[in-house]
Design a binder for this molecule. Structure first.
Ligand SMILES: *Cc1c(COP(=O)(O)O)cnc(C)c1O
Length: 390
């Protein structure tokens, strides 16, 4: 368990990203956190050690990452995991067989798969609701509800959940409110300030930002909750290695800078796409035409680089996704490089077709993760691919 100090929280966001959580290196004074590539630590005598006994329980590189991201979220405790889904696994282990969870229906495919294929078998029950209307969340609460789970903006339909309203519902139900903040990042959205109890990240995406590791993270404020999550992190043991922690920490230092560019280019490209004759619909919370644009302006400070577009025909979507030259056809998102994906056959293939249809996720939907390349080059690439897509 790693606790953020008041000093970590004093500075503004961009400064926190660079400095929060760092501890002065006692050996050589290294300015950057060393990679403590060790599984164990020397003990001075029986029961006498420096607080570090075994690296599943504690590792200094991991602790700096945990404190850094916790400080960015405005939280007091961070917990790093081997992947975003390992972080989800830990958060759901806070519950017991018989407990009920209300979750947004439009969550990440792997999140939906873990909930329905793993946890249902182990005795948890789930209600998946359209979380764009907070009333749907409240209506699904039962006396057994112990957790409300939301993702906002959602992947790939870019729908929003009103965090303040959902947080109130959770408090009234005495349920934990867990928010997956992977898409917006703490740069643009701070769920803890809006009533969330737990923030979840796939650090694989924007927080690391360079598509070169897989990781997850949980952030909480309450000490008792931190105690329970720390116990689960150590007991279940899905911890990341020191090198992946170091990569994520290096990535997080430039989060503010990168998000500024993702956001500027995202806005520019979304706007451009709305005027393109081949594009039937653009899903981006920063557009005034987005049905929840007012909520986006209220609870987000920026809109980022994730855009989905409706191309009207599967063939056109396929040709478009296969013809971009800078946008790389690949799963994942949030890296410095631009990516293009076809959710129905890639990230969301594990979501049942009727559920995909219900959320508007057609086979002709294409998702863009706008990177930090020069935006003129990205526009040129999309333009040529849309032309050859016919
Ligand atoms: C990728 C992703 C996850 C899962 O994280 P992994 O690091 O791939 O395990 C969870 N939520 C969202 C929103 C994601 O994009």
């Amino acid at each position: 368990m790693t606790q953020v100090t008041p000093d970590d929280l004093k500075a503004r966001f961009g400064t926190r990203a660079v400095h929060a959580g760092h501890i002065p290196d006692p050996l050589a004074g290294a300015v950057m956190t060393p990679i403590y590539q060790t599984s164990t630590y020397i003990q001075d005598g029986l029961g006498r050690h420096k607080g570090y006994e075994y690296a599943r329980t504690r590792n200094p590189t991991r602790e700096v990452l945990e404190r850094n991201v916790a400080a960015l979220e405005g939280g007091r405790h961070g917990f790093a995991f081997a992947s975003g889904l390992a972080a989800l696994d830990a958060v759901l282990k806070l519950l017991s067989a018989g407990d009920h969870v209300v979750s947004g229906e439009n969550v990440y495919g792997g999140t939906h798969r873990q909930m329905t294929h793993v946890w249902t078998r182990l005795g948890l029950t789930f209600s998946f609701v359209d979380a764009t209307d907070p009333a749907n969340i409240a209506a699904a609460v039962t006396p057994k509800t112990r957790m409300i789970y939301a993702e906002t903006p959602t992947n790939p339909m870019m729908q929003l959940c009103d965090l303040a309203a959902a947080g109130e519902t959770a408090r009234a139900a005495n349920a934990l409110f867990v928010v997956d903040n992977t898409f917006a990042t703490p740069c643009f959205q701070r769920p803890l300030e809006l009533g969330a109890d737990v923030v979840l990240h796939s650090t694989t995406k924007y927080l690391n930002g360079h598509s070169d590791m897989v990781g997850g993270l949980l952030v909480v404020n309450q000490d008792d909750l931190a105690e329970r999550i720390g116990f689960l992190q150590n007991s279940a043991g899905a911890v990341p290695g020191p090198f992946d922690c170091w990569l994520a920490l290096r990535g997080a230092k430039t989060l503010a800078l990168r998000m500024r560019q993702h956001d500027a280019s995202g806005r520019r490209i979304a706007e451009w796409l709305t005027k393109h004759p081949k594009v039937e619909r653009v899903y981006y919370p920063g557009l005034p035409s987005h049905p929840q644009h007012d909520l986006a302006c209220r609870q987000m400070k920026g809109f980022g680089g994730m855009i989905s577009i409706e191309l009207g025909s599967v063939e056109r979507a396929r040709r478009f996704a296969e013809r971009t030259r800078i946008f790389v056809l690949a799963e994942s998102l949030g890296g410095v490089e631009s990516l293009i994906g076809h959710p129905a056959s890639m990230t969301h293939a594990s979501v049942p077709p009727e559920m995909r249809r219900a959320m508007g996720l057609t086979d002709s939907l294409v998702r863009l993760s706008v990177g930090i390349e020069d935006v003129e080059d990205l526009l040129g690439d999309l333009d040529q691919a849309l032309t050859v897509a016919g």
